[in-house]
Design a protein around this ligand. Sequence first.
Ligand code: TYD
Ligand code: MG
Length: 453
Amino acid sequence: MAKVKTTFFCQNCGSQHAKWQGQCNACKAWNTIVEEVIQTPEKSDWKSPTSAIKKAAIPLRIQDIDTSKEARLDTFDAEFNRVLGGGIVSGSLTLLGGEPGIGKSTLLLQISLKLPYKTLYVSGEESQKQIKMRAERINPKHNNCYILTETKTQNIFKQIEALEPDIVIIDSIQTLHSDYIESSSGSISQIKECTTELIKFAKETATPVLLIGHITKDGNIAGPKILEHMVDTVLQFEGDRNHVFRILRAHKNRFGSTNELGIYEMQGSGLREISNPSEILISKKDEELSGNAIAATLEGMRPLMIEVQALVSTAVYGTPQRSATGFNAKRLNMLLAVLEKRAGFRLGAKDVFLNITGGITVDDPAIDLAVVASILSSNEDVSLPKDFCFAAEVGLLGEIRPVQRIEQRILEAEKLGFSTIFVSKYNKIALKNTVIKIQLISKIEDLVTVFLG
Ligand code: TYD
Ligand code: MG
């Protein structure tokens, strides 16, 4: 019997070592090195070795390179297209990561059901019946989607050669295994090998491949980091499982920007594309309540109007409570300190609760002014007019600081029918003839005077 060849891989960074050691030399992580069985990968090819066409590359002048083959396939999903930069590039590998149960399989199945092209959906996780049941919920009229439940790459390629699909979806890369490697599915060497085979297949046949990838508990895609380097595009599907909103982001995109994001709503019948998120995130109330303020934020390149709610009440127990959902708690404490020092509000003995509605988390500093306004509104029990909104950062000196892309925010607010937007005096605004009133303020006291006189 041939000697079994093994090697040692770091589970964190995927680097290879000749022997076991406690710490990885490459990424310095401890206890991450595992032994895996490997075979010499020279035989590995997506086709049978005899039919493999070996084309040697020749250098070409850059202007002679033909880019017309870089055609994009429309996915018939506006949000997905947007994140990819206008559709799937033929021959590209896209990796979709996300927490279990977030809706990765649902998203890609839904897309494959909508496509008019011949689609092959390979699942190593669910049976054909289960997938059919799910497909029935999402879109009962479908005719060009083939389902294959298989995990061995050689068998998958055999089916692909027979079927010749226009697009291949793999759910998930961690369940695949190749005959050329002896270690179990999901191991680093298997993931690497299967991805390499898929890349070869995609590049040689110009068929786009979409991969679903599991993520580890700290949010990284399971398997070697090198997986993310190998593929062309890495997408992340995220959201709070208790809320209906899901956000699709590109972490890496060789064919487009990583600033775009797609927003979906999880419904009983699959994911619904949300083309105008602001309308959904703002709850339409008839009466004006105190403690409510609307922020004109940006997520990536997209303007999002977000509702901020604050509740300020006298602390019952000794130490006042500070709690923030969807907003950085340290930043909340800082803003409270600024309000206390610069505007003279005694908030030290008050409980302050802050909530960003819709279950989303906001990093955009432009939300600061809305946070301050909602706290003031709750503290004074004065409601702000419903059609006011805010877009500015608040500094430690109580100064109102400018934010990027202010025009985009103003136009979004105007589109949604807001009457006034509060922005920093220091923002250079190149807009003329706006219907919305642009109220310029320079310090936190200005805001107080506007509301409380
Ligand atoms: P799934 O796509 O299986 O998640 P993943 O592949 O990321 O693990 O999605 C599972 C969740 O989505 C499940 O908890 C139920 C919910 N869901 C709906 O709410 N509506 C639907 O139409 C479908 C198909 C799923
Ligand atoms: Mg799944």
